[in-house]
Design a protein around this ligand. Structure first.
Ligand code: COA
Length: 384
């Protein structure tokens, strides 16, 4: 099996693989897919496994920005992992994923995320369960009780607003000290902002993307940097309630909308889980944000059989909202973590959970420091 970069000439074979993996696709969706992946090909982010001239598998690394405690960093989102049915269960997916992880490192991305259709393959490669896309379902008329603020002006947005949308997400996620949310690059936002059936609204410090889903409303993205804008955007969605029964919305687990509702006793939410991997430990630690009140250090011993540069004993120092990882000699104070365990820790999984699930062993001396520094409830609004 040979692994190589895909070119535009390979896209017909990719689309055939995707149909065999994910089901039939509408012609319009296939065309959008072609447009969306074109820059990925040129950037060395789409790999295929070939048996002679025949494509046996393909997968790509989507270029995202991901925020961790409000600080953005480039993130490789693994997407469209597809092995042809006749090649499945023979190690081809694993082979391709190993090549993708190396490619993510070569491209300079220190962290990677994926939505797993199945866990074991990704866990065996160092990914661990970290966050979720939380999808709440609300009665549409519950949003009608939210009153818009008079002085928040909304305008419709389109492809020309892609750069403004990205700048806005930077402002809002930094101010919220958010962990986990992602942004697409400008090319992809331009395509999303051209979607015919979506309602797209922009405020100075917020945006909403929503659409009809049968007789229900589906909110794709709704972020707001202030109470006034949150009220205005959610009440905008609520005006559909004369027709719509339910609103399903991707939200943060502690999204303000849940505190804006007049009544709340039982949340109906679905979590679509995502897995996370640290690709380059030192860079990932340096690029993450941390609570500025944590001024402390800790030691950990990490084992990464795939990316051996991550293996070793690391001293982690946190100060003024920043972190640094430097190598040090073996220490009896250092708890031991597989790269899966370290990736989960980085994503805010508490040390007590890591220990009780076998992902962390050894000295507990630094557990409270690690919990305080990496504390997070990671989410994404976007499924990819
Ligand atoms: C899931 C998929 C990518 C795995 O690729 P593959 O080449 O079949 O996997 P490998 O042979 O390298 O197997 C790796 C591990 O995953 C497990 N695995 C493979 N397919 C699986 C499945 N459908 N369900 C559960 N586990 C599976 C294998 O048992 C193996 O684990 P083991 O070593 O503990 O036995 C491939 O089967 C596929 O394309 N499926 C359809 C599309 C899909 O689900 N894509 C994933 C999107 S996230």
């Amino acid at each position: 099996m040979d692994i190589r970069d895909l070119t535009a000439d390979d896209l017909d074979a990719v689309i055939d693989l995707r149909k065999r993996a994910f089901g039939p696709a509408r012609t319009a969706d296939v065309e959008t897919f072609r447009k969306m992946v074109r820059p990925t090909l040129a950037a060395g982010r789409y790999l295929g496994a070939f048996d002679g001239g025949r494509m046996a598998a393909a997968a790509r690394l989507r270029p995202f920005t991901q925020w961790w405690h409000g600080r953005p960093q480039p993130m490789s989102g693994v997407a469209g992992v597809t092995v042809s049915p006749e090649d499945r269960g023979r190690g081809v997916g694993t082979l391709l994923m190993r090549a993708l992880i190396e490619r993510a490192a070569a491209l300079g991305d220190a962290v990677s995320t994926l939505f797993p259709a199945t866990t074991p393959i990704y866990r065996s490669l160092g990914y661990e369960h970290a966050g979720a896309q939380h999808r709440v379902t609300l009665p549409a008329d519950a949003l009608m009780t939210i009153r818009p603020a008079k002085d928040v002006k909304l305008r419709r947005m389109g492809p020309g607003d892609a750069a403004e949308v990205i700048a806005l997400l930077h402002r809002v996620h930094a101010a919220a000290r958010a962990s986990g949310p992602i942004s697409y690059d400008e090319d992809v936002w331009r395509l999303r902002l051209a979607a015919e059936d979506d309602f797209l609204y922009l405020a100075d410090d917020g945006l909403a993307v929503y659409r009809w889903d049968g007789l229900d409303i589906e909110v794709d993205t709704l972020v707001a940097g202030s109470a006034e804008t949150a009220r205005t955007l959610w009440s905008l969605v609520g005006t559909s309630s004369s027709i719509a029964e339910r609103v399903t919305a991707a939200v943060a687990p502690d999204d303000p909308v849940l505190w804006l509702l007049r009544e709340r006793s039982k949340d109906t939410a679905e979590q679509v889980r995502w897995m996370f991997r640290v690709i380059d430990l030192a860079e990932a630690v340096a690029r993450r944000g941390y609570p500025a009140v944590v001024g402390a250090s800790a030691v950990v011993r990490v084992d990464d059989p795939l990316r051996t540069g991550n293996t070793g004993t690391w001293r982690l120092e946190f100060s003024g909202g920043s972190g640094a990882a430097t190598r040090q000699d073996a220490s009896s104070e250092a708890p031991e973590l597989s790269v899966n365990g370290f990736s989960a820790l980085y994503a805010g999984v508490p040390t007590a959970t890591l220990r009780r699930s076998g992902l962390m062993t050894g000295s507990g001396r630094h557990d409270e420091t690690l919990d305080a520094a990496f504390a997070a409830r990671p989410y994404t609004l976007d499924y990819f």
